[in-house]
Design a protein around this ligand. Structure first.
Ligand SMILES: NC(=O)c1ccc[n+]([C@@H]2O[C@H](COP(=O)([O-])OP(=O)(O)OC[C@H]3O[C@@H](n4cnc5c(N)ncnc54)[C@H](OP(=O)(O)O)[C@@H]3O)[C@@H](O)[C@H]2O)c1
Length: 310
């Protein structure tokens, strides 16, 4: 079986490495010479190879699991040294589309393999034998694809993917992923929860109760939504919740909201979001967001409850 070199040891890479190793899929982990991750990777029993060493370039398949913003520099430095026909797997289509690696490095096979899960859940659901989905694209694969596709499907199984993997394109995966982050997963859900927590506390509700209503229960309700599907979910909720949900839907999902939501997708598809990204200092944005949440009453309650119940 062709070995996979996993580049990096962050969120996705740790989960990929652990799942694949536990499934008996041949892998090694590639890290920078002074990487702070070497110790942990060694402790977990992974074979480690130094990025840029002669041995590093020997494998025929690599998963580039470092942050998307690092891919351009990484590929410009190392891309020319990979052997003819070696495969580079991307867990997200963004960097390839932005930097057109398939045009810059036509001697490589550029493959999308995107588990639809954050790294921590990719690992947890693998251990729990839970449901995990993924999409892939071989649109930039040149030549006979059959054997590679078979290998990719074995990789999917070893990673714990049991829904799909479904075919997509680099473009559709990138757009859908950015859109779901912007419109729902990383904006609407946490910020609506934060607002509602604050309203409840300001109107006299105990913070612990507000925390459970607005944050902790999210996890439980989302489990039911995903397990039962939308129709089954609405069949499941109480009459009060049902009538209240209809009221909230009519009041909140306004034409303006729908337009704003569509606007996010338009900005992604037209390249406006890419330009905004280029003009943004990511670390500065991270700092602002971290400070916003550190100061928030929701975060304070989160710490209190989780410390008290450790
Ligand atoms: N976060 C998620 O769970 C998630 C979900 C879906 C898709 N993805 C995709 O998965 C990929 C990885 O994302 P991630 O969030 O897992 O990344 P991450 O956790 O931020 O990656 C950190 C790892 O990347 C290494 N790294 C950082 N800069 C590097 C460089 N210039 N050269 C070599 N190694 C470098 C770090 O090395 P050191 O250990 O040496 O510091 C560290 O091991 C991305 O394409 C992302 O879009 C991620």
């Amino acid at each position: 079986m062709m070995r996979l070199t996993i580049i990096g040891f962050g969120n996705q890479a740790r989960a990929w490495s652990q799942n694949l190793q536990d499934s008996g899929f041949p892998i090694r982990v590639a890290l920078r010479p002074l990487s702070p991750s070497i110790e942990l990777a060694q402790k977990l029993g992974f074979e480690i190879v130094e990025i840029g060493s002669k041995d590093f370039y020997q494998d025929r398949a690599f998963a580039l699991l470092t942050p998307d913003q690092t891919h351009r520099d990484f590929m410009m430095e190392h891309g020319p040294h990979f052997e003819q026909g070696s495969a580079i797997l991307y867990a997200h289509g963004f960097s390839l589309l932005k930097s057109e690696f398939h045009k810059k490095f036509p001697h490589l096979q550029h493959v999308l393999f995107a588990p639809k899960s954050i790294g921590s859940e990719l690992r947890r659901q693998y251990e729990l034998k839970g449901k995990l989905g993924a999409v892939y694209s071989l649109e930039f694969f040149q030549g006979e694809v059959l054997e590679f596709e078979k290998w990719l499907l074995k990789l999917a199984i070893a990673l714990g993917i049991n829904m799909g993997p479904f075919k997509a394109t680099f473009k559709s995966e990138t757009e859908a992923d950015l859109y779901s982050e912007q419109g729902l997963l990383c904006s609407l859900i946490p910020y609506a929860a934060g607002e509602m927590f604050q309203h409840l506390v300001e109107s006299g509700t105990e913070p612990e109760l507000a925390y459970f209503e607005c944050w902790h229960e999210l996890k439980l309700i989302v489990n039911a939504m995903v397990d039962k599907g939308p129709e089954g979910f609405f069949d499941l909720i109480s009459p009060n919740a049902l009538v209240g949900a209809e009221k909230g839907f009519q009041k909140l999902i306004t034409p303006e909201f729908k337009n704003n939501l569509k606007g996010l997708l338009t900005d992604i598809q037209s390249g406006v979001f890419n330009q905004e990204l280029d003009q943004t200092d990511v670390e500065e944005t991270r700092k602002i967001i971290r400070e916003r949440w550190q100061k928030s009453p929701l975060m304070k309650t989160f710490h209190q409850i989780n410390q008290d119940n450790r």
